[in-house]
Design a protein. Structure first.
Length: 347
């Protein structure tokens, strides 16, 4: 059995998040679970552990998370080819998935989350969120476009099968604050205005958009309208495939220090057809709240132009979004949009 936390990388080259997860009692619930998932499938990359401990920590966490999700959704994960990252098999259906992350600019580390929050003021908060939101859209778009240029559909073993690009934002320490709304806008080239009428009924007016902008960059909108995008059957998104997910589920499984207590707080999808804001939730992990599944918090957005469509029943525990005569979604009963996990040591 491979131990992800047996050092093979020189100390000065180890990722700061790797060292934190390896050494902190607060992550004692996550460590055995990460090892368990890694050893549950045949490794596809010889450099996985090296990257996990150094430059690729976030992307490798994302791959381990996806592994757990796909196993939970009853897929068999084949390991015959080195790309795309996953070959999923269920019954007669075969689907290929490439794991994607949006990352900080070259040779730049992500700023410390708490330092960023502490430096925000009431005066600059709104502008900061607006700028980071636009930056996040651009970062996600760039990562997806780069994967589109890989032309996976031309590989002999991929031809004739659906392809999913599975993406999570890691380009900023607060990137997980943002839901999938920006991504929806980019994928389908749409935005909307909404209002409540005098009877409280919600009305949404969608409209087409052509581009997304930051101060330094402008990109065209509508990923699913790009050349060759018909080979991408769907884009899967999550902002919860982080170390906190492993800590919570590890806690539920009884792993780690028994004196750890975790409180999860966040926002969840509101199924009220007239709701314009999400619901708030808070619970003590393992003591109250919903039973957490790996797939909770994942959204799959289906390409209306796809050559090979994907039956949403193959992924029963996630949100499925479609843009077919207007955007609509099928969501599970509990679908977290964004959350924070606070870890305490009790004695």
């Amino acid at each position: 059995m491979t131990d992800l936390f047996k050092n093979i990388v020189q100390t000065e080259k180890q990722h700061k998040s790797y060292k934190m997860v390896r050494d902190s009692v607060g992550y004692s619930c996550a460590r055995p679970l990460l090892n368990e998932i890694y050893n549950s499938v045949k490794p596809i990359d010889n450099n996985f552990v090296q990257q996990f401990q150094s430059t690729g920590f976030d992307s490798r966490i994302w791959e381990l998370y996806l592994t757990a999700v796909f196993q939970e959704q009853k897929f068999r994960i084949a390991r015959l080819y080195d790309r795309p990252d996953f070959e999923l098999i269920k019954g007669q259906q075969k689907i290929f998935v490439e794991a994607v992350t949006s990352n900080p600019s070259f040779n730049r580390e992500v700023d410390d989350k708490m330092e960023v929050i502490e430096n925000l003021t009431e005066e600059n908060f709104e502008q900061f969120i607006y700028s980071l939101s636009n930056e996040s859209t651009i970062k996600l778009a760039g990562s997806l476009y780069n994967k589109l240029r890989e032309n996976y559909w031309n590989l002999e073993w991929v031809k004739g099968h659906p392809i999913i690009l599975a993406i999570e934002p890691f380009h900023h320490s607060l990137a997980q604050w943002f839901s999938d709304s920006n991504l929806i806008s980019y994928l389908y080239g749409i935005d909307n205005n909404w209002y409540h009428d005098k009877n409280g009924k919600l009305h949404i007016d969608a409209f087409e958009i052509k581009e997304h902008k930051t101060q330094n960059k402008t990109i065209p909108s509508g990923f699913f309208n790009l050349e060759n995008s018909e080979y991408i059957s769907a884009v899967l998104f999550s902002n919860s495939g982080t170390i906190s997910k492993f800590s919570r589920i590890g806690k539920i499984k009884g792993y780690g220090d028994k004196n750890l207590k975790m409180v999860r707080e966040g926002q969840m999808y509101n199924s009220d057809p007239n709701a314009s804001t999400p619901l708030i939730f808070s619970y003590i992990v393992g003591e109250s709240g919903p039973y957490e599944k790996w797939a909770q918090g994942i959204s799959m957005f289906h390409n209306p132009n796809a050559k090979y469509s994907i039956d949403r029943n193959l992924f029963p525990d996630i949100l499925h979004g479609y843009n077919d005569n207007g955007f609509h979604a099928f969501a599970p009963d509990f679908h977290p949009i964004q959350s924070e996990t606070k870890i305490f040591i009790t004695h």
